[in-house]
Ligand binder design. Structure first.
Ligand SMILES: Cc1ncc(COP(=O)(O)O)c(C=O)c1O
Length: 486
């Protein structure tokens, strides 16, 4: 039930008012409305730099919002069905970190799926929480991790009844959604908080055909990447909280541990305007998005060798629901890896997709797409399937998403003595760092885990495919830091 006027943009309006006044700036930023950075001002346009300002009375302060930022956050809380909303300008990474650090103290257990993003891993190091990794369901045919089943959560709660929180992803990068409502009920019956990474779900609350958003099914907190699918500027994000298990005052204090004291008004006002747009016109806009993406999916599925997966994957377990705006295409049968198709799309067709893995590419379809953009993608894929097709399809690798053993806590491993060994010689060692494939930023190994031969071999395959590995001090991941002295 709405109480607030969602057509209002308190923060954006205050920023426009400030702009209209031609205030003489003797505060930072030192470019002083762009006068001191004319090359960028000419390219971006003067207004962008004129409103790139710092906190002041009329614009409130993100560190302690009591004016227009507070009003904007209240509107966001209502639009996303939370009791509280906090603007975050350090990306959803900072929101995930604050969420886990608010719910867990050092030594508290947190149940989370292995395919959690690296921000969850860093949050675990920062908070000192002990991860209890659960296995997401794996679609062996597509080679990707999906959601987690209720049974897997029941098993983890049975083994770790003292866990403090459960962390879930809603939806995964590729669009899979777990049975969040049932998991939240189960977690609450066992006194555990439900924390949800909604980096890819900012749009979901605004159309009935989309999966349910975390706040609507009883989650305690959700970290929402407004900048990914909600329409706001890159790095802007919202942290949501429901009254109950976690104290809102504690969340505010925790956020201020890592959040900048110079929050960007470009980012924050984009959150205000994007929230208004979703609340006022989201339903209609998303109806258009769904029509476009459904049509594109149908057309791609008529191209020989390509498979644009969608709602047919729903199995009540790892895919309880599916976000159709995630247009994942399995390309294995045309004999090309996802990485190759990703590059061909960019180099030969001027199309940038979100990510690739060995077998798939992922296109994100969102509020800014048009019939033309989707036609360009479909036509390019049609062309690629003809021109670049190879005789042999890409062989399915054995899935490596089996959890390695956690020997010591990620935080203890992070602070232990370490030395570098060649990756090939690291079998049996305890890792001192993460190895991540980016995107989607899922760790293959995290600090404190025992390195297995399977993991080494899989990393070697990824390196041969020239995919981007991150997390190791060695930029090429030829060496990995392991625990102990040389
Ligand atoms: C599932 C997931 N969570 C969190 C993040 C972190 O978001 P950000 O890049 O805004 O820090 C990402 C980024 O890709 C993500 O995919």
């Amino acid at each position: 039930m709405r109480k607030l006027d969602q057509s209002m943009t308190p923060l954006f309006s205050a920023l426009k008012e400030y702009h209209s006044k031609n205030v003489i700036p003797f505060d930072v930023p030192g470019h002083k409305h762009g006068v001191g950075l004319s090359e960028l001002r000419e390219f971006l346009g003067s207004t962008v730099l004129e409103v790139d300002v710092n906190s002041m009375k009329c614009l409130d302060n993100l560190c302690n919002p009591i004016g227009v930022i507070e009003e904007a956050q209240e509107l966001a809380a209502e639009a996303f069905w939370g009791d509280y909303a906090y603007y975050v300008v350090n990306g959803t990474t900072a929101a995930v970190q604050a969420m886990i650090m608010s719910a867990c103290e050092p030594g508290d257990k947190i149940i989370l799926p292995r395919n959690a993003h690296k921000s969850a891993t860093s949050a675990i190091i920062l908070s000192g929480a002990i991860p209890v990794y659960i296995q997401p369901e794996i679609d062996e045919n597509l080679g990707i991790a999906m959601g987690v089943s209720l049974e897997e959560i029941e098993w983890a709660i049975g083994k770790h009844p003292d866990a403090k929180a459960i962390f879930l992803i809603n939806p995964t990068y590729y669009g899979a959604v777990s049975d969040l409502a049932a998991i939240a009920r189960l977690a609450h019956r066992n006194g555990m908080a439900v924390l949800v990474d909604e980096a890819h779900g900012a749009h979901m609350n605004f159309h009935d055909d989309l999966p349910e958003a975390a706040m609507t099914v009883g989650a305690d907190m959700a970290a929402v990447s407004m900048h990914k699918t909600g329409g706001s500027l890159t790095q802007s994000s919202i942290l949501l909280l429901r009254d109950g298990i976690i104290d809102p005052k504690h969340v505010k204090t925790t956020l201020s541990l890592t959040q900048t004291t110079s929050a960007s008004y470009l980012l924050m006002s984009s959150l205000d305007v994007a929230r208004k747009q979703l609340a006022m016109n989201g339903g209609e806009m998303l109806e258009g998005v769904l029509t476009l993406v459904r049509d594109a999916r149908d057309k791609i599925n008529k191209i020989e060798g390509l498979y644009a997966f969608g709602k047919e994957l729903m199995d009540g377990k790892g895919v309880y629901d599916f976000d159709e705006t995630k247009l994942g295409v399995n390309v294995r049968k045309i004999g090309l890896t996802g990485y190759e198709v990703y590059d061909i799309l960019r180099d030969a067709y001027n199309i940038q997709v979100e990510l690739a893995d060995l077998y798939n590419i992922l296109a994100i379809v969102s509020l800014g797409d048009t019939e033309n953009s989707l036609n360009a993608l479909v036509e390019a894929l049609e062309d690629i399937a003809k021109k670049y097709k190879k005789e042999e399809e890409i062989k399915l690798q054995k899935s490596i998403l089996k959890n390695p053993d956690l020997i010591i806590s990620p935080r203890d491993a992070y602070y232990s003595n370490k030395h570098a060994v060649p990756l090939d010689k690291a079998e049996g060692e305890i890792s001192g760092e993460s190895v991540m494939v980016y995107p989607p930023g899922i760790p293959l190994i995290v600090p404190g885990e025992r390195i297995t031969r399977d993991i080494i071999e899989y990393i070697k395959v990824l390196k041969e495919e020239e995919c981007l590995l991150q997390g190791t001090q060695d930029p090429y991941a030829d060496y990995i830091n392991v625990l102990g002295s040389e």
